[in-house]
Design a protein around this ligand. Sequence first.
Ligand SMILES: [Ca+2]
Ligand SMILES: [Ca+2]
Ligand SMILES: [Ca+2]
Ligand SMILES: [Ca+2]
Length: 323
Amino acid sequence: MPVFINNTYSAILQENAPVGTTVIQVNATDLDTGSNGEVFYSFGSDVKDKVKELFSLNSATGEIIVKGQVDFEEKDSYDIDIQASDKGFFPFKTYKNVIIKIADINDNPPEIEVASLSRTVSEDSRPGTTVALISITDLDSGINGKVMSYIADETPFKLTPSIQDNMFAVVTKSQLDREEKNVYDLTIIAKDAGVPPLMSQKKISLQLSDSNDNSPEFLESVYTFYVPENNPTGSLLCSVQASDRDEGENALITYSLMRTAGNERSMILFVNINSENGDIMALKSFDFETLKTFQFQVVATDSGIPSLSSNVTVKVFILDQND
Ligand SMILES: [Ca+2]
Ligand SMILES: [Ca+2]
Ligand SMILES: [Ca+2]
Ligand SMILES: [Ca+2]
């Protein structure tokens, strides 16, 4: 009967090996002569169709040859039953298992998926606040599947591993300031350690939401106005204006006159302010001969919760007319 020369047959084959690659050659001999000693090879009856799609067997030479796409990630070893048979009238058959181990190559780039993402991030978030959860996986094995990941460019965000495998958190690493930058487009990079390495990237966009962290600011540090005497009562005397770097309600300013113990009686009685636009009206006609100058404080308050305010001194000088 046919006898395989080797006790065991095993080979290592790289995945994605080109069609036509010889994996291994088995060889059996038969001591008989003529067709009784002529050996041919075939797959054992329990070899699955799937295996026959990947490998062919040369019945004359015993060579196992790559026929399809061998994928380590799908299956990393094959145990194939090979039969050697003579061509006698009552043929003798011998069986041998051939082990083919598949070696991984780096054919899968890391995959980055956004598991969750905050729609907006408050600018007053404390450093360490999680703003997104990212899963990063690589189907390859060993160093081919070992991934290093980070956020490209200098940003106030960093990627930190979470307790869950392959999950990373995007967290704030420093104080944010919407007034400086209100949108961040982060590029997450994942690179495996294969040779050569494969790399993937994914962009996420983060919108910062406002918090009320700026007081209104008057355009001038002190306002000085010169007004001719005998102005009509109710006329526009002067105008002040403040701006606020926040947005929405946090930047919505109302103006008022500051009432303090000292000024209740005097200049407050002279003027009124439009709370919306800062226009200051004279409530009386001034007479240079009795009042040459006066001053008061205007407060600008935003509508944030809590609100912020600042104040400014307004000095009014009455100009003499020939009356
Ligand atoms: Ca890989
Ligand atoms: Ca692979
Ligand atoms: Ca504000
Ligand atoms: Ca703000």
